[in-house]
Design a protein around this ligand. Structure first.
Ligand SMILES: [Zn+2]
Length: 223
């Protein structure tokens, strides 16, 4: 199991219909204990992940996006991947949409107006100070785009051109979306718990690193 983050511009989109949103929120696996009313929540949507090659030279398969959107349903939204704080919002439902020749999952997310930080969060989002969204997920295998083998075992290097082909790897076997985070412009993709591994990408192919999270042990890709 490998833990990965990937970030891109948050791409906030128009608010979905509030009445539809309420019925979907109340149908979540762990729904609100107290039924919510339209006037009690804020709802926005964002592009959380897409099928473009990212800064890690990893890439989701377009055919996996629907599954990843389903995995994001009910996932917490955090600020800056801070898992030691309470989630600021929660993802639910959503669509797959095209943006600049790529396909993206566009989940909705809601948060309660009654929370003491709710208005601050809304202002940061709506005024454009929060500019990137980042998804944290686990997957089974980084598949080499050149030869189709596990890229940790073949001779190809992510980010290197082989003829006309840029080597990247596929995030294959995505099985969990841990959370989605909102981050500020200028923050590095993969910040937080993975940042200390920066600069060690080459060790990806020769040395397997692990981390413990929530009682489970994950293999970690360098950021
Ligand atoms: Zn290869």
């Amino acid at each position: 199991m490998i833990l990965q983050h990937r970030s891109h511009p948050v791409g906030l989109l128009a608010t979905p219909n509030a009445i539809d949103a309420l019925s979907e929120i109340h149908a979540l696996p762990n729904p609100p204990l107290v039924p919510l009313k339209n006037e009690e929540i804020h709802v926005r949507r964002c592009r959380l992940a897409g099928d473009a090659v990212d800064g890690h030279f990893g890439c989701f398969r377009t055919s996996d996006l629907e599954h990843i959107l389903q995995l994001a349903h009910g996932a917490p939204a955090l600020i800056g991947h801070n898992r030691f704080s309470i989630a600021v919002a929660r993802f639910f439902s959503g669509t797959i949409e095209t943006h600049q020749n790529h396909r993206y999952i566009v989940p909705n997310f809601y948060w309660p107006k009654a929370h003491s930080g709710a208005e601050d969060f809304r202002v940061l989002l709506d005024s454009g100070l929060i500019t990137e969204a980042s998804i944290a997920f686990t997957f089974e295998k980084p598949t080499c785009s050149v030869c189709g083998h596990d890229i940790r075992d073949c001779d190809h290097e992510p980010g290197v051109m082989y003829g006309q082909q840029l080597c990247h790897y596929w995030y294959d076997g995505v099985d969990r979306v841990l959370e989605g985070s909102f981050v500020y412009r200028g923050s590095e993709p993969g910040t937080g718990i993975l940042s200390e591994m920066r600069g060690s990408r080459r060790s990806l192919k020769h040395k397997r690193m692990t981390m413990r999270l929530g009682g489970k042990v994950y293999e970690v890709l360098p950021a």
